[in-house]
Design a protein around this ligand. Structure first.
Ligand code: HEC
Ligand code: HEC
Ligand code: HEC
Ligand code: HEC
Ligand code: HEC
Length: 395
């Protein structure tokens, strides 16, 4: 009974995004292959295409954990997270009636159950998430993100960067957020990620320095001469266009980390002073809450190795019972340790007296030890140390 009352007290989202059904012709990336296969292939390798319960172990474990800790049904949490991770879901909020049905096991034929098991959702953030947006509402409250911040076009209308595009398969319309101002599109979701209690743990928009720098230049690459569609619409040939890569490479890709920070070090009295300099317009780490920068120091003298030290720059989260937890259900967080956008962070450690030189290796990990342990993540990618830079100092 107590449990049912707790469930009854749950408040569902007060704001519900308007759903626009997507026609069968446009639902999945397979529907685009015939003419945009090169783009579909790139996108399939991206973490936008992985941002789903079935494909991302970290996301799946987090959804399960949030459901356990908040006593909400798994499907309700899936719907909540879908706001940014699966914004084309056909149900945008759940209510107390659904929670009761789920507890009693009577939800099998419910709309919610059908919505979260729709095959198209296994594609995460797919083509019709970004290209079927009609308007981005930056006049809305900053906490409304993902599907709550946009209105969708009619099914079959694709927003794109070319004012003169013409396709026999779908309608097209030019949008500035696909061309001159793409950051606006990225900030629909890459901003203001918050806990159930409304505590923000990521705000890439807030930390961003130099809004002239476009996210797409680094995460979709420079424009290259190719074609947008392979259909032979230009005198028997595909129309030549300048296009970008749809791989959205980010923190999961080792090569993105090489030299992402400039590292220097010197001795100062009893201390080793390490400076991490970030030239990017966003913090490092940024984005998701439990990322980590690791500084490994190896002390040496003429006889070889004489000691080592390690510093972790990450954020810890505590539940209302003061237990370590994940960002989404946290009540408190430790101070931000990230290297600020276009700025630097200075780390001081006690110098090993026996040493006369040190090698400093700076690397990145997607999930810190604490959260990896809580969620029991198994796949190697979450614990891998991705090298950023290495320096040696004499003293
Ligand atoms: C509909 C919401 C949404 C929009 C719009 C969006 N993203 Fe994302 N993005 C996400 C989510 C959610 C993830 C995390 C996916 C995962 O790891 O499971 C992500 C992941 C990424 C990553 C991978 C980061 C990493 O840790 O490897 C990059 C890079 C990225 N997005 C860049 C962009 C850029 C650039 C734009 C604008 C052109 C954009 N995104 C628009 C939601 C969005
Ligand atoms: C996270 C948002 C996002 C997703 C998901 C996405 N695109 Fe795009 N797409 C963009 C942006 C931004 C541009 C404009 C890039 C530029 O030229 O500056 C673009 C451009 C295009 C273009 C014009 C050619 C070009 O590269 O400029 C085509 C065609 C296209 N996308 C098709 C697709 C298809 C097909 C999919 C699914 C496999 C897809 N897109 C998924 C954001 C997205
Ligand atoms: C039968 C071929 C065909 C199919 C299938 C197709 N497209 Fe296109 N698409 C085109 C052509 C042709 C263009 C125009 C290319 C040009 O002008 O360079 C185009 C242009 C686009 C553009 C750019 C629009 C603009 O105004 O800049 C986007 C975005 C796009 N398609 C997305 C999609 C998506 C998403 C799908 C799958 C749901 C899809 N297309 C399926 C043929 C197709
Ligand atoms: C000058 C190039 C550059 C620009 C511009 C840029 N990024 Fe990045 N971004 C990177 C690099 C390099 C990384 C990998 C290292 C890192 O995480 O900082 C990265 C990492 C990320 C990550 C993963 C962060 C993490 O620690 O989990 C996300 C998400 C992301 N970028 C999104 C964006 C968005 C959204 C924008 C625009 C608002 C943007 N980036 C602009 C270069 C850039
Ligand atoms: C405001 C939009 C938004 C909402 C709502 C949201 N996320 Fe995310 N999430 C993101 C973005 C953007 C990223 C990518 C950031 C990055 O990679 O650094 C992300 C990344 C993640 C990651 C890291 C995935 C990886 O592969 O590294 C996990 C785990 C995650 N989210 C869990 C959740 C859970 C659980 C919920 C629901 C309780 C949720 N998110 C709701 C925007 C959102």
């Amino acid at each position: 009974m107590k449990y049912l009352i707790a469930v009854l007290l749950l408040v569902s989202s007060l704001y519900s995004a308007k759903v626009v059904a997507i026609g069968e012709k446009y639902k999945t990336s397979d529907d685009c292959r015939a003419c945009h296969n090169h783009i579909v292939k790139e996108w399939k390798n991206s973490w936008h295409s992985n941002s789903h319960y079935e494909k991302d172990e970290y996301f799946r474990a987090s959804v399960d954990y949030v459901s356990r800790k908040t006593h909400k049904s798994l499907n309700s949490v899936k719907v909540e997270c879908a706001t940014c991770h699966n914004p084309r879901i056909s149900v945008t909020s759940t209510d107390t009636d659904y929670e009761i049905a789920a507890v009693l096991g009577l939800d099998k034929n419910s709309k919610v159950n059908k919505a979260v098991h729709d095959d198209a959702l296994d594609e995460g953030i797919n083509c019709v998430v970004c290209h079927n947006i009609d308007t981005i509402h930056d006049d809305y409250n900053a906490s409304l993100r993902g599907m709550d911040r946009v209105s969708w076009s009619k099914s079959g209308l694709m927003s794109g960067p070319f004012p003169d595009a013409n396709s026999p398969y779908h309608k097209t319309e030019y949008r500035e957020f696909m061309d001159k101002n793409p950051n606006q599109l990225c900030f629909v979701c890459h901003a203001n990620d918050h806990t159930a209690e409304g505590q923000m743990f990521v705000n890439m928009q807030g930390e961003y320095k130099n809004s002239d720098e476009k996210c797409v230049t680094c995460h979709m690459g420079e424009k290259k001469d190719l074609y947008a569609s392979t259909l032979r619409i230009d005198h028997g040939k595909p129309k030549a266009r300048q296009i970008r890569d749809h791989g959205f490479s980010g923190a999961h890709i080792q090569s993105m980390w090489k030299d992402a920070l400039k590292v220097s070090a010197k001795s100062e009295g009893n201390n080793l002073v390490i400076t991490l300099k970030n030239d990017l317009p966003h913090n490092i780490p940024s984005g998701f809450g439990s990322r980590e920068i690791i500084i490994d120091i190896e002390y040496k003298n003429f006889d070889g190795k004489v000691g080592s030290d390690s510093v972790s720059l990450t954020k810890q989260y505590l539940s209302k019972y003061k237990k370590p937890t994940i960002p989404h259900v946290a009540e408190k967080a430790s101070a931000d340790q990230s290297v600020p956008a276009k700025g630097e962070k200075i780390v001081r450690v006690k110098l090993n007296k026996k040493a006369n030189n040190a090698v400093i290796n700076v690397s990145y990990r997607l999930v810190n030890d604490e959260v990896r342990g809580i969620l029991e993540l198994k796949e190697p990618i979450w614990s891998e140390k991705m090298p950023i830079a290495s320096v040696s100092v004499q003293f």
